[in-house]
Design a protein around this ligand. Structure first.
Ligand SMILES: Cc1cc2nc3c(=O)[nH]c(=O)nc-3n(C[C@H](O)[C@H](O)[C@H](O)COP(=O)(O)OP(=O)(O)OC[C@H]3O[C@@H](n4cnc5c(N)ncnc54)[C@H](O)[C@@H]3O)c2cc1C
Length: 289
């Protein structure tokens, strides 16, 4: 399919890009890897009279250590993340999750900023971003903002960003010692999008109990979100299969389960508890690895 006619802009700086966003308002969208936006334009699901390409803006693709965590430029591709020893050392589940996204072509082009901004309910990285308590840094609004990931994802394809805001960077805070991570998903067999995905970040205390638990769920409901009831249940408890199962049964609390051709609400509820339990158990097992 051929998209509707649009005007193409290729700013050289982020300042120019956000000025264009302000100028064209709802008629403009930024282009990152194009793996979601271009198909939507071709299918005429998105009408974008002004396309503002971020690919010529320099300095938006980087991965660097910051305060014991990571700062990642919005235009960093999945492939760059996957290949980064810094990312692997910080939290190996990021590399594992990316390995499960789509195919090599999509991973070569798709970006972390695009994945967050698109807020597809079935996208993988948002589950990890909420579990890691990432911050999404934006520019182009009245002021620069640092938005906590669990407030950033508002609804399906809807974020806390204003119309002229652009994601510049995503920061991941330092993880405590004795932390393990795991991402487990039940994937759509064709696209590999998550029917349900669970991202677990678990820290064990010196007493061997679960000291800090973060669990992000994607695919199940309209947005990626933390399962705070499951987290609270497991914190302070022994890392046993029984406790993982009980916590995982609480993981669906508060989720408005989606119902579509890929699965009923009941099926997604079941998958949420199964994959949450697996991710929690694997995260704990990796603390010792
Ligand atoms: C065949 C196929 C299979 C896929 N499978 C998976 C999968 O298994 N798991 C998964 O998670 N994803 C999957 N995807 C989606 C893929 O991950 C996309 O790349 C990603 O969702 C969007 O990233 P992008 O850089 O391509 O963004 P684009 O498509 O360029 O943009 C997407 C949206 O985000 C906005 N945007 C982009 N960057 C910014 C920014 N810096 N600031 C503000 N707004 C911005 C754009 O304006 C647009 O609205 C798949 C895609 C395809 C085509």
């Amino acid at each position: 399919m051929i998209p509707a006619a649009f005007e193409y802009h290729a700013p050289a700086t982020l300042k120019e890009a956000t000025a264009l966003m302000r100028r064209f308002g709802d008629d403009a969208k930024v282009l990152a890897g194009g793996q979601s936006l271009i198909p939507m334009m071709k299918l005429r699901l998105a009408d974008v009279p002004h396309l503002i390409d971020l690919r010529r803006v320099s300095g938006l693709a980087y991965i660097k250590e910051q305060d014991g965590g990571l700062a990642i430029g919005a235009m960093t591709t999945y492939h760059e993340l996957e290949a980064s020893s810094l990312v692997r050392r910080y939290a190996p589940f990021i590399v594992e999750a990316i390995d499960l996204i789509a195919d090599v072509q999509v991973r070569n082009k798709g970006t972390i900023g695009g994945s967050a901004a698109h807020a597809d309910p079935a996208a993988d990285l948002p589950a990890l971003l909420v579990a890691l308590e990432a911050r999404i840094n934006t520019t182009g609004g009245a002021r620069a903002r640092h938005i906590a990931a669990d407030r950033f994802f508002v609804d399906a394809y809807t974020t806390a960003m204003g119309p002229s805001e652009v994601i510049s960077e995503i920061t991941l805070p330092a993880l405590p010692l004795r932390t393990g991570t795991s991402y487990r998903k039940f994937a759509n067999k064709a696209s590999h999008f998550a029917v349900v995905g669970a991202a677990a970040v678990v820290t064990l205390g010196a007493d061997g109990l679960c000291e800090r638990v973060r669990l992000g769920i994607t695919g199940a409901g309209p947005k990626a979100a933390r399962s705070k009831r499951a987290e609270r249940y497991l914190e302070g408890k022994a890392p046993t299969q029984e406790n993982f199962q009980t916590a995982a049964r609480k993981a669906g609390h508060g989720i408005e389960f989606l119902e579509d051709i890929h699965g009923s609400a009941e099926y997604r509820r079941h998958l949420t508890s199964v994959f949450a339990a697996r991710a929690l158990a694997e995260a704990v097992q990796r603390v010792a690895d």
